[in-house]
Design a protein around this ligand. Structure first.
Ligand code: 5GP
Ligand code: MN
Length: 343
């Protein structure tokens, strides 16, 4: 038996929204990851299964290693197809906002969502959600938004409604947001849900290979280069940094998603409690990824130094400056947090 998480009032409010609407949009955050895409597609399949119209709208493309997910081919991307994507949002009776705690996380699409007449439903597991949604299902203790979508579907229609395709989407989101159940997964319910998904016939090893053993030769070389040449240890601060400039990324023809997970690697170094990866997406625009272990709050570092936020142990942000300045910012940040890093 799963411990109760989503309260019955919220479930009944969602039921009412689904019963009374015809068209629905499922939305997730910019630079969508496995949980964003997995949870969105799971809900999309569930709503479609109710005989209603559903569309998944994402601000921009997801990494290629998620393209095998059932329904991935039907996703609308706002950056490359803004007309159709905005029309879907404008026509929707309700918009489900998945895996983000603030509308700003959907980029330019936030204005379209803010103006839409649709009922807005939040389903998310980040800390400190923004208020203003009509229904808020926010549970930071969940390992992933995909876990919440499993719970929501199960509460609405029972486990019977979780199809093989829904199970594959949910498992992918749970697996990717927990580093294949290495972190954020120390609750027994996570494994009870995995067991329920396995009852649906999912091949968890195949899903693992689809996502993690999907590398190009160039990606392997990029990771080798990053480890050998670009990883710097700040021993006195128990911190590590990897930087990759735009030119370096271009040199390896880096595709979206090729650096996903790279930021976790330095945490394998004995003593390292905080890892930062600075990726120069475009000249002068630096995407920041932060990871930590134990109780070191990388979301506090992201908020104070990198215009971002996130979870305690996994956060991000962005800087508009040169790589040199971004590295300086990192150095200032670890100095400021030195006592927490070395406690
Ligand atoms: P990643 O390093 O995988 O890009 O992001 C890790 C986590 O940090 C995400 O799941 C999200 O919670 C958070 N995050 C990433 N970028 C941003 C950002 O720009 N703003 C905020 N508030 N959170 C972010
Ligand atoms: Mn997530």
């Amino acid at each position: 038996m799963l411990e109760k998480m989503i309260n019955s009032d919220a479930v009944e409010a969602v039921r009412c929204v689904l019963d009374n609407g015809k068209r629905f949009v499922v939305l997730a955050h910019k630079n969508p990851d496995g949980d964003a895409v997995g949870s969105s597609l799971a809900l999309y399949h569930y709503i479609s299964g109710l005989g209603k119209e559903a569309a998944v709208v994402l601000p921009n493309a997801f990494p290629e290693f998620l393209a095998w997910l059932p329904g991935a081919g039907n996703v609308l991307f706002y950056d490359s197809n803004s007309c159709q994507a905005s029309a879907a949002v404008k026509d929707a009776d309700a918009v489900f906002c998945l895996d983000f705690n603030s509308l700003s996380r959907v980029g330019d699409l936030s204005a379209v969502v803010a103006e839409a007449a649709a009922t807005r439903v939040l389903v998310d597991h980040h800390l400190s959600p923004e208020h203003g949604f009509d229904i808020e299902i926010s549970h930071p203790q969940a390992c992933s938004t995909s876990e919440l979508i499993y719970r929501l579907i199960e509460s609405l229609s029972g486990d019977i409604a979780v199809t093989y395709d829904i199970a594959r989407c949910i498992y992918t989101g749970m697996m990717t947001d927990t580093g294949a159940f290495a972190y954020a997964s120390s609750r027994k319910d996570v494994f009870l849900i995995v067991a329920a998904l396995m009852e649906k016939g999912i091949d968890k090893d195949k899903i693992y290979r689809n996502v993690f053993y999907n590398s190009s030769l160039l990606r392997m070389k990029l990771w080798g280069y990053a480890m050998y040449k670009k990883l710097k240890l700040y021993k006195k601060h128990n911190a590590a940094l990897i930087t990759l400039s735009h030119d370096e990324l271009m040199h390896f023809y880096a595709m979206k998603g090729d650096t996903e997970g790279l930021v976790n690697q330095p945490l394998q170094i004995k003593g390292v409690r905080f890892s930062c990866f600075l990726r120069e997406e475009q000249p002068g625009k630096i995407n920041v990824s932060l990871r930590s272990v134990d109780d070191f709050p990388c979301n506090a570092v992201a908020a104070e130094f990198f215009n971002g936020g996130g979870h305690l142990n996994a956060s991000g942000g962005e800087l508009h400056c040169s790589m040199e300045m971004a590295v300086e910012q990192f150095v200032v940040a670890i100095e400021k947090f030195k006592s927490e890093l070395t406690a």
